[in-house]
Ligand binder design. Structure first.
Ligand code: HAM
Length: 420
């Protein structure tokens, strides 16, 4: 009897070969600039105490109020699958007293995050982020460096059709002054009860409302960027100056509202032009009060989260992930038992030399093995049989045009070194 198949839960993103190679390639590129700048790995649990997110991320956000996967564990504790990484990093920094060591604490992370959103292209219930956090110093040069880490990663991947939007949410004084005027303005609008309740927790949220009537009503709302205190203004102009010096282009978007409540000061988003509604490929900003909110010292921090799934979609849309990009360099076809034994050793040596080498297994006839070599996408193939072992010379076949050259087995690595 054939059993019913079990499928993946709705809305999760998962990567099986061959597409997983592109996913890994993108993820590695996103991590590399952070590592090169001295950021170290932070590997954290995928679930946390629910309070971490309700307190850290904010009750007015969709993420906390509608999208958390929250459940009671067997010990009756309220647990939530992490919807984002910053609160967890902050919890760990406090718990491991990293804030008492060298500052800033610079960490990166990479992994799965969970939000119960309505699934669509580029929006998943389990998705992947690469993130960085730099905690403990409030220096605009760090803001620029963090932004540059993401920008460098995108450029290294080869992305072109994206833009950086940036703004400043200012310091507490700036936000307090703006809040007074914004709340007064909101009182003149005719808003439903739920919206008023959201605005009471964080009036800035209304800039993020997707409903057309609210958007129209908010067109004349006072903008925070016009309320920046002198020091916030100076800070923001330094960030912009550093970005200019780095040659990083940006547009200032004073209406930007991030989906999480902890942001202060510099905030930014990267938008890709080919992704339709889910165009945010990454975002982040400074968070002055977060650590204190979570019971730690009063230290500022800044970081970003980059959406690996969306960046892979963007790279594919820009034609940057091409067929056979991740295929092997060489496919070895051994004929006979002795050749198989030798081939295992030859493959091992070539791999040590940095080449990607596969072997045809399963005692297939030559024709079948050649087909497998072709399918593998390998750039070259060699057949190793008794006569090749006796002469020590193989015929190296370039698969794309069938070009053949005779190469000594011990010189295979040199012959292939140009494709390393
Ligand atoms: P976020 O903007 O909520 O920020 O998420 C960062 C990125 O994750 C987004 O730009 C998007 O590319 C991706 N993303 C978010 N939700 C989904 C989803 N449902 N499906 C696919 N991709 C998604 C944060 O999470 C902050 N923790 C970033 C940060 C770090 N801020 C400071 N430090």
């Amino acid at each position: 009897m054939k059993r019913e198949r079990i499928n993946a839960p709705k809305g999760v993103s998962e990567y099986a070969p061959p597409r997983s190679a592109g996913f890994e390639w993108v993820r590695d590129h996103l991590i590399a600039p952070a590592k090169a700048a001295g950021y170290q790995l932070m590997e954290l649990p995928a679930f946390e105490d629910t309070n971490l997110f309700s307190r850290g991320v904010g009750e007015s956000t969709d993420v906390v109020s509608k999208e958390m996967y929250t459940f009671e564990d067997r010990g009756g504790r309220s647990i939530t699958l992490r919807p984002e990484g910053t609160a967890g990093v902050m919890r760990a920094v406090i718990e491991h007293s990293l804030d008492r060591g060298q500052l800033p604490v610079k960490v990166f992370y990479s992994g799965a995050f969970f939000r119960a959103e309505r699934p669509q292209a580029g929006r998943y219930r389990q998705f992947y982020q690469v993130g960085v956090e730099s905690i403990g110093l409030d220096d605009p040069a760090i803001d620029a460096e963090v932004i540059a880490l993401a920008d460098t990663a995108f450029k290294n991947i080869g992305l072109k059709r994206y833009r950086l939007e940036i703004t400043s949410l200012g310091d507490a004084q700036s936000r307090a002054a703006h809040r007074v005027d914004l709340v007064t303005f909101l009182k003149t609008l005719d808003l439903d009860e739920a919206t008023v309740a959201r605005a009471e927790i964080n009036p800035l949220r209304l800039f993020d409302d997707k409903r057309e009537d609210i958007k129209a009503k908010m067109a004349d709302a006072p903008l925070l960027i016009d309320y920046l205190s002198e020091s916030s203004r100076e800070n923001f102009s330094r960030v912009c100056r550093y970005l200019d010096a780095l040659g990083i282009e940006y547009v200032i978007n004073p209406r930007m509202v991030r989906g999480l409540d902890y942001y202060t000061g510099t905030t930014f988003e990267f938008i890709h032009e080919d992704l339709g509604a889910q165009s945010g490929i990454g975002g982040g900003g400074r968070y002055d009060g977060l650590m204190e909110t979570l019971g730690g010292a009063s230290l500022s921090g800044i970081g970003f989260g980059l959406g690996v799934d969306r960046i892979l979609l963007a790279a594919e849309a820009e034609g940057l992930v091409v067929e056979n990009q991740f295929a092997s360099d060489l496919f070895i076809i051994p004929l006979g038992e002795i050749a198989k034994e030798k081939s295992l050793a030859i493959a091992q040596n070539l791999r040590q030399a940095g080449l990607r080498v596969e072997i045809a297994f399963g005692d297939r006839a030559l024709k079948g093995a050649m087909k497998a070599a072709d399918k593998s996408g390998s750039e070259f193939a060699v057949v190793i049989g008794e006569s090749e072992l006796n002469s020590g010379v193989v015929e190296l076949k370039r698969m794309k045009d069938g070009d053949i050259s005779s190469v000594k087995i011990e010189q295979l690595d040199k012959a292939l070194s140009h494709i390393k």
